[in-house]
Ligand binder design. Sequence first.
Ligand SMILES: C[S@@+](CC[C@H](N)C(=O)[O-])C[C@H]1O[C@@H](n2cnc3c(N)ncnc32)[C@H](O)[C@@H]1O
Length: 341
Amino acid sequence: MSHSASSATGAHNIAPESMTSRDYYADSYAHFGIHEEMLKDTVRTGSYKAAIMNNPHLFKGKTVLDVGCGTGILSMFAAKAGASHVVGIDMSNIIDQAQKIVEANGFSGTITLVKGKLEEAVLPIQQFDIIISEWMGYFLLYESMLDTVLLARDKYLKPDGLIFPDHASMFLAAIEDEEYKEEKINFWDNVYGFDYSCIKDIALREPLVDTVELKSVVTDPCVIKTIDLRTAKKEDLTFTAPFSLLATRNDYVHAFLAWFDVSFECTHSKVKFSTGPHAKYTHWKQTVFYTPGNAIPVSTEDKITGEISVAPNARNNRDLDIRISWETPLGEKEVIDYKMS
Ligand SMILES: C[S@@+](CC[C@H](N)C(=O)[O-])C[C@H]1O[C@@H](n2cnc3c(N)ncnc32)[C@H](O)[C@@H]1O
């Protein structure tokens, strides 16, 4: 078995010192900065570390596939947890650094790295006991590589194999956000005395990834999607779900707020983390969908009911088309098409 990063596709081999901004645009994961942000996200990386390294009984003597291994951090956790062999695959040039990192840390004998797209690669092992992957995007599914992980599961996971993580859930709530809506959306009504309102409509349809304080949340959260990675199909990632948001105080609603939780249910202690406004900061923050027009007044125990539809964009399947339709407690109905691109 080769212990050097072998190219499974025609990925361009460019030394980091020769890469220009154009190369980084085409291969954003090649830059160390994006990996620095992910590695320093202690909720993210610490949860994977706990799920893997606190469960050596699951890893001892097992073969592990790390889908989208990046700098190789999850592969090394698995090797340290006792895996007999780990294959890490990544289509980005960052894998050249991963190879050096694996060697520098003495894992060349346990970890094999493959450069290429999982979909096209030929792997040195055909059946794995465990798949590990950090595939989550903003709003869980934006630019997500979950379809790649599902494909890896169907092609390479043994029938009784484990997936780390194995569950994800998405939530929706409503928030009071007058100040920031004024700054981001209503700003376009009057720009130095000029009418820029044509941009207001475009800005409104673009969900905003940002941190929201828990005190802004004015309703209970509602689950809009649960994904069991052991059984999910690619088609399940296109869905429509009803929601009912129960107001917890008298206030005004300016936006919907979405976030997700991820869990490793197959572990003894069921490691879990949340990207919600009640939880510690993660680089995924939360996702804000501003509502048009005036704020929606709500009183305690009022309900905003509606439906959310999520689908990959037809032209670029890493983008998302999101439709939210709702009815206010006063019976007013609205539908907005949002686009994450
Ligand atoms: C979110 S990063 C995670 C990196 C690393 N596992 C970690 O936890 O720090 C996802 C990685 O998956 C890689 N990737 C995305 N789609 C892929 C595919 N279809 N085949 C191979 N690698 C892929 C990207 O290049 C990126 O390095």
